[in-house]
Design a protein around this ligand. Structure first.
Ligand SMILES: C[S@@+](CC[C@H](N)C(=O)[O-])C[C@H]1O[C@@H](n2cnc3c(N)ncnc32)[C@H](O)[C@@H]1O
Length: 470
């Protein structure tokens, strides 16, 4: 998420600029919330972003970095609470970069997310007065993640660990005892694989020195079927103990229906894989979202909260308000879930997506359902959409669900030329949503209410749906 702040602190400060330095603990009165969920205060005339604090808090904060003219800090103690805290369920709270909001009730988290969406929209369009509706809760508060990426590391004794990144650190992880936002099946697989790595004396990859082999364990667990996909990502193709892994893991934990082995020799800590082979089971697992039977392959995009996805798609359906007469474009369609969800209420649906295997899975689902009025096509939106606009393709309703970076300028321009009556914008990033909506508004689209849907409890992330009408 962007570092852009939702608030410029108005606190008067007497200390000269530069007096507060990394390493110092400073008192802070939080009077705003940044668009990445950190509390905003002021110190030495600079903006101070405090992790683990919300508006109204008076805290002591340890400054750990100065970046782009701002100071970044972590809350170390609370003198007065703006919103009441609760005992977090997770033993790793404060250490983990994941659930930084677990110490607040979901209702408080929702209020903060609503403020963040409102602030992002107001910043981009100060005069627009867009209504931001209350946040829709989407499914259970814990155990909701259908995908987790655990990272191998070492503890102080040198033993292999398999955990998550420390807050704000790409090069440091901690061993996870139990991740509460991951379902039970995934926690068991993580623990089993960690023990296996220890038994076989395998060496974790070192992101600073680039040695070692074990990088990540990417787990997907289908909420409806309980099926688990485990993908071991390593920096080398040869490794001791792979036979034990491929025979032992599915035997002892039968929820593992797909076990894969990927090689990533790149230095960057990305989720990239040069090769992926199937060690045991099937190449994909089965999930169900609403009535849709979904095939989940290793690289296909699936919303990381299955119950949340169902809720999100019903909001998209309500906001789109189809009558059955419309030609609909599902742009950035992934495995085609939004298009398939809307298909019973549309005259025709066309989906466009970059990843070939996702398009393959989308078309397989369309065939299973016998939808002859639906088709999914492969291509880059910024290349294909302008070409479609040139040749006069027209849609009544366009659903856009782009990655965090938002719509490419060529996609925006092509959309405006195609001039659909309705655009439904689905976004995981309020900052790019607001910028794109502002552009569409100046091209003649009226902006409806914003519908935030909480697919990511305990984190500051939020999904938002906005209807734009010509
Ligand atoms: C946020 S996901 C949305 C997926 C889908 N709407 C869903 O709910 O499952 C964004 C999708 O855009 C795809 N994508 C990213 N860049 C793209 C591009 N330039 N052209 C087409 N698709 C792209 C990604 O592969 C991903 O499937």
């Amino acid at each position: 998420m962007s570092d852009t702040t939702a608030h410029d602190s108005g606190i008067a400060v007497s200390a000269p600029k530069g007096a507060v330095r990394p390493g110092m603990i400073v008192p802070a009165i939080i009077d705003g919330i940044a668009l990445d969920g950190r509390g905003v205060a002021s110190a030495s005339g600079r903006q101070l972003l405090v992790r683990g604090a919300l508006p109204g808090d008076e805290v002591d904060a340890r400054v750990f970095r100065r970046r782009g003219g701002r100071l970044e800090a972590t809350c170390v103690s609370v003198r007065r609470e703006g919103f009441p805290r609760r005992e977090p369920r997770c033993a790793h709270t404060g250490q983990c970069g994941g659930c930084t909001w677990q110490q607040w009730e979901p209702g408080i988290q929702h209020e903060m997310k609503r403020r963040m969406v409102r602030e992002a929209l107001t910043r981009a369009m100060p005069d627009a007065a867009i209504e931001v509706l209350p946040v829709v809760a989407a499914g259970p508060e814990f155990g909701y993640r259908n995908k987790m990426e655990f990272t191998f590391g070492k503890d102080e004794t040198g033993a292999v660990t398999l955990g998550l990144h420390r807050a704000g650190r790409f090069d440091a992880t901690f061993d996870v005892k139990h991740c509460w936002i991951a379902p039970e099946g995934m926690n068991a697989v993580r623990a089993w694989v960690c023990e296996w790595a220890r038994r076989n004396a395998l060496v974790p990859y070192d992101p600073r020195r680039f040695g070692g082999a074990l990088r990540h364990l990417v787990l997907r667990e289908a909420a409806a079927t309980g099926e688990v996909m485990a993908n071991l990502v390593c920096a080398a193709g040869e490794m001791a103990g792979l036979d034990e892994l491929s025979e032992g893991l599915p035997k002892e934990l039968p929820q593992v229906k797909s076990l894969l082995f990927s090689v990533n020799t790149r230095r960057g800590d990305t989720a990239h894989a040069e090769t992926t082979v199937l060690l045991s089971g099937r190449p994909a697992i089965s999930e169900r979202i609403g009535d849709m039977e979904v095939t989940v392959s290793p690289v296909s995009f699936l919303q990381t909260n299955s119950a949340g996805a169902e809720r999100l798609y019903s909001v998209v359906g309500e906001v789109a308000g189809l009558s059955g007469e419309e030609r609909v474009l599902d742009l950035y369609c992934g495995i085609g879930l939004i298009g398939t969800w809307l298909a019973p209420r549309a005259r025709e649906v066309v989906g466009l997506e970059q990843v070939p295997s996702a398009v393959h899975d989308a078309n397989a689902m369309r065939e299973r359902l016998g939808y002859t009025h639906v088709q999914f096509r492969q291509g880059d939106a910024e290349v294909v959409l302008p070409a479609w606009a040139d040749r006069g393709e027209r849609f009544d309703v366009v659903i856009v669900d782009p990655p965090r970076a938002g719509l490419h300028p060529k996609v925006l321009a092509a959309l405006v030329r195609m001039s659909p009556r309705v655009i439904v914008y689905v976004s995981c990033n309020p900052v790019t949503l607001a910028a794109n909506v502002a552009d569409l508004s100046s091209s003649g689209y009226r902006i409806g209410a914003a519908h935030p849907v909480d697919l990511f409890p305990h984190t500051p992330h939020i999904e938002t749906v906005v209807r734009l009408e010509k």
